[in-house]
Design a protein around this ligand. Structure first.
Ligand SMILES: Nc1nc2c(c(=O)[nH]1)N[C@H]1C(S)=C(S)[C@@H](COP(=O)(O)O)O[C@H]1N2
Ligand SMILES: [Mo]
Length: 196
């Protein structure tokens, strides 16, 4: 995969851990993934249902707004487009918000994204990874186990919600957790869109 360092970034071989709040404990019984918002009918998927979906393996570069970039991590996960098959979106849906856990609230973290650039193999809800220094292994709880989103590299990594809980479908772009706190709505590392 192409290796281009966005402006103001440096390369790291380690995978740093960055989030606010505590790390939730995974409970397979209560865990679910909700598809809601501008859809004809909401849908909720169990962990088992998610894990039975077709899997995609992709190499993705990660760019964190705190200036580290990690190239060429191989992820195994469920492509976002697989999840779209479970809902009929209302006309005019152009944005989504991907929710995750924050301090006891399953929907306390979120990040907004345009839907159109997320239909490829590099928009994954991941549970396993490897790289040149690490063999295949589960995503660590600190990185978002049992399921976390990894966005395409044209978005800073804060758009990659950990401990995901669902997707909200939207006609209008709405700010998520960091976007409400002054970070960019569009967040393209190659255009250095850090703040707004
Ligand atoms: N639920 C949740 N997801 C989150 C965050 C968070 O605080 N809570 N932090 C984000 C930020 S700011 C970054 S840079 C990445 C870091 O992912 P990593 O710790 O796996 O490197 O997770 C993102 N996903
Ligand atoms: Mo971040």
């Amino acid at each position: 995969m192409k290796k281009q360092l966005p402006p103001g970034q440096f390369e790291t071989e380690k995978w740093p851990i960055l989030h606010t709040g505590d790390v939730p404990e995974f409970n397979e019984i209560t865990w679910n993934f909700r598809l809601f918002g501008e859809v004809k009918e909401e849908k909720s998927l169990s962990h088992k249902e998610i894990m039975e979906l077709p899997k995609t393996i992709s190499n993705v570069n990660m760019h964190c707004v705190t200036t580290w970039s990690k190239f060429d991590t191989t992820f195994e996960g469920i492509a976002l487009r697989e999840l779209l098959k479970f809902v009929e979106m209302n006309e005019g849906v152009k944005y989504i918000k991907i929710y995750g856990y924050f301090n006891g609230d399953r929907f306390g973290y979120s990040a907004n994204l345009p839907l159109e650039p997320l239909l490829g193999d590099d928009s994954l809800f991941v549970y396993r990874w490897k790289d040149k220094n690490h063999d295949w292994q589960d995503i660590d709880p600190k990185h978002g186990y049992p399921l976390r989103f990894i966005p395409p590299e044209v978005f800073y990594l804060w758009k990659g919600s950990k401990w995901v809980s669902g997707i909200e479908f939207m006609k209008v772009d709405e700010a998520g957790f960091w976007e409400e706190r002054g970070y960019s709505m569009t967040a393209n590392p190659f255009k250095e869109e850090r703040y707004r």
